[in-house]
Design a protein around this ligand. Structure first.
Ligand code: PEP
Ligand code: MG
Length: 323
């Protein structure tokens, strides 16, 4: 089976009816970037920068970050989507002095960065400098308002002006996008799209926040359901809003890496998938076997069902198609 998949490495991910799909990799640790190359990923859809900040007392310097970002941007032949620091909640930096009463709803991700602007500016400077060495995109986690995107863009502009003064090169067309992982962002996607160059669906958090279930609490993980109609509705709204605005929409949550969901996601109109390198080839295989036009019609039909049993059976049928 692995050998059969390996044959697909250099093939384009094109569905049976000719829809071109982009296969990207998630990188959590630098070694994953090497794996991404091995499976023929076309770029990186999520580069998590938390590893640089965890298990230490200080924050990484601009030069230390620059070196790491520069290496990945130079090593990957394709766009590298680097997510700015997503600290807090399940990705605690271990600062016991800053315990939020409800970490998942507290000062995490973009909220933390916009409060601790010195920390954010250092990361942005390192990112902009590295952007001169390849194709980079900046991705902002846990966006829930237009104001957060504006503030982040404003800081990026300030950092760019500093680099101009210092005569340091950076990509002047560096795309800036938002993760859609809070229900409010999905519901407001048509508005957010006007301020973003791309969207990426973070289904791990989107499911957590939509269904009000802590993603790391084992007691309630039986409720963690990617197929809940509310979740699929928000995913569909995000994809539709991106298409209407003419910006790309990818998915970098775990849902994208599970081949059982590939027909459904294609049916919802997703054409950009980002996942752990180990899943890239099997999802690509599911894409290549799919008739997207039929899946779109079938998915629209299923999402309009209001009988819970019929809905679930129909989705179960769809998830079995790629196995
Ligand atoms: C997500 O929330 O789906 C996501 C990709 O980010 P993380 O798992 O790092 O929160
Ligand atoms: Mg997330």
């Amino acid at each position: 089976y692995q050998r059969m998949l390996a044959v697909l490495r250099d093939e384009d991910a094109v569905s049976a009816d000719g829809v071109r799909v982009t296969m990207l990799a998630n990188v959590e640790l630098p070694g994953d970037a090497i794996e991404a190359g091995k499976v023929g990923a076309e770029g990186v859809g999520l580069y998590r920068t938390e590893f640089l900040f965890m298990n230490r007392d200080d924050s990484p310097s601009e030069d230390e970050q620059f070196e790491v970002y520069r290496q990945v941007v130079a090593a990957i032949d394709g766009p590298v989507t680097i997510r700015t620091l997503d600290a807090g909640a399940d990705k605690s930096l271990g600062r016991p002095d800053k315990v939020s009463p409800n970490p998942a709803l507290g000062l995490r991700a973009i909220r933390l960065c916009l409060k601790e602007t010195a920390l954010f500016r250092t990361q942005l400077r390192a990112l902009l400098r590295a952007s001169a060495e390849g194709r980079m995109r900046i991705m902002l986690p846990m966006i829930s308002t237009v104001s957060e995107i504006r503030q982040a863009r404003h800081l990026i502009g300030e950092v760019a002006a500093e680099l101009d003064d210092e005569g340091i090169a950076y990509d002047r067309d560096l795309p800036v996008g938002a993760m859609i992982e809070v229900p409010a962002a999905a519901l407001a996607a048509p508005t957010l799209a006007r301020y973003c160059d791309f969207f990426s669906l973070g289904t791990n958090d989107l499911i957590q926040y939509t269904l009000a279930i802590d993603r790391i609490d084992d007691e309630i993980n039986y409720l963690y359901d990617p197929l809940h109609p509310a979740v699929l509705g928000l995913i569909r709204m995000t994809i539709d809003a991106g298409r209407a605005a003419g910006i790309g929409v990818s998915m970098c949550g775990e849902m994208a890496s599970d081949k059982r969901y590939t027909p459904l996601l294609l049916g919802l109109g997703l054409t950009e998938f980002s996942m752990h390198p180990a899943s890239v080839l099997e999802v690509k295989r599911a894409v290549m076997g799919a008739d997207v036009d039929r899946l779109r019609r079938r998915t629209a039909e299923i999402l309009s069902l209001t009988d819970a049993n019929t809905y679930r059976e129909a989705l179960d049928g769809l998830t079995r198609e790629s196995i």
